[in-house]
Design a protein around this ligand. Structure first.
Ligand code: COA
Length: 333
């Protein structure tokens, strides 16, 4: 991290929301050729939540998560200066953040979407921290929210078993720089491999009679599972080590490892590489699957409710996913 800090930043509140419809591995086996045994041993996932209500979207989940975060510290929505919505499944290609800003009553806030797939929350939190470090804003609401069930091919057993829908939110607040809790970050992109994980736009063959335009639509999630697995297990540990080394810390200082909840085998392999014991891993993947940008704030909110995290604990948060993008934030709680 190399930035001029006028103010420090700290997470003062969290919230999350999940749809009520639960789809377990048995249910998955009723419509694709798979089994609970295959899914659980390959991924650690037992069930996931899906948003089935016709009139509901990431906006509704995001509003619920945001209200939980606001209420838990009795903050009035008008105190929020900025809303960052990390999502890859907006309801509107021009962005969904503004609808959330309106619906929660954050009348003084700028709101924008940030698209970085499963790394979206990490990049969103780092973005929020920059606005706070410079003294520009005091309270930033960062939401990670995805409803990838809208973009999953439910007949493709290699992808549909992985994903679930959810939203998570945190409020990042300015504080004295000596109390800053965002100790360091490390963000990376390698667009060379963007085709390993994507929701491609496909043009139709309809052409405009005069302009010869082609218009199309987005299709389903396409993924090279093996390559994504190798990418995560090789790149994320390096990012974590770099971000710790830069601030004279080591993996021994980690109290909690909070990784993007993609696959239990990925999480364990990264922890093994870093020699981090399993009791320091925060994981709720078995209940929700991969909820993309929502997975980290959802797991963080749950860990806090379970009173796992104590003041001054060092939490290493790392996200990875489509782009390809990956990154780490070191937090002192
Ligand atoms: N149920 C049963 N069999 C399945 C299956 C399913 N849901 N999905 C795939 N298979 C089959 C394949 O067809 C293949 O059969 P074959 O050997 O007859 O061809 C076999 O299982 C092995 O498939 P493979 O793709 O090699 O499995 P894998 O061990 O690599 O596991 C993933 C697949 C997707 C679980 C794994 O690659 C992975 O987790 N990758 C990372 C994905 C990820 O996390 N993406 C999001 C990142 S943000």
């Amino acid at each position: 991290m190399n930035c001029r800090m006028i103010q420090g930043a700290k997470i003062v509140s969290t919230g999350s929301a999940i749809p009520s419809v639960r789809v377990d591995n048995e249910k998955m086996s009723s419509f694709v050729d798979t089994s609970d045994e295959w899914i659980f041993t390959r991924t650690g996932i037992k069930e996931r939540r899906v948003l089935t209500d016709l009139d509901k979207s990431i906006i509704d989940l995001s509003i619920d998560a945001s209200f939980e975060a606001l209420k838990s510290i009795n903050m009035h929505p008008s105190e929020i200066d900025l809303v960052i919505l990390a999502t890859s499944s907006p309801n509107d290609l021009f962005g969904s953040a503004s609808k959330i800003q309106y619906e929660i009553g954050a009348i003084n806030a700028l709101a924008f979407d940030l698209t970085a797939a499963c790394s979206g929350f990490v990049i969103g939190l780092v973005t929020a921290a920059q606005f706070i470090f410079t003294g520009a804003y005091k309270n930033v609401l960062v939401i990670g929210s995805d409803v990838l069930s809208k973009w999953v091919d439910w007949s493709d057993r290699s992808t549909c078993i992985l994903f679930g829908d959810a939203a998570g939110a945190v409020i990042l607040q300015s504080c004295n720089s000596s109390s800053n809790s965002i100790l360091n970050f490390n963000l990376n992109t390698d667009g060379k491999y963007s085709n390993y994980l994507s929701i491609p736009y496909e043009e139709s063959f309809d052409t405009h009679p005069i302009l010869k335009l082609r218009q199309g639509c987005f299709k389903y999630i396409s993924m090279n599972g093996k390559e994504v697995y190798k990418f995560a297990v090789s790149k994320v540990p390096l990012s974590i080590i770099n971000s710790l080394t830069e601030i004279n810390m080591s993996t021994k200082d980690i109290d909690w490892l909070l990784l993007h909840q993609a696959n239990e085998r990925i999480i364990s392999a990264i922890a093994d590489k870093l020699s981090i014991s399993s009791d320091k891993i925060i994981s709720n993947l078995s209940k929700y699957g991969n909820t993309s940008a929502a997975s980290i704030p959802l797991a963080l909110n749950e860990a806090l409710k379970l009173k796992k995290i104590s003041r001054n604990d060092i939490i290493v948060v790392a996200g990875f996913g489509a782009g390809l993008t990956w990154g780490t934030i070191v937090i002192r709680w």
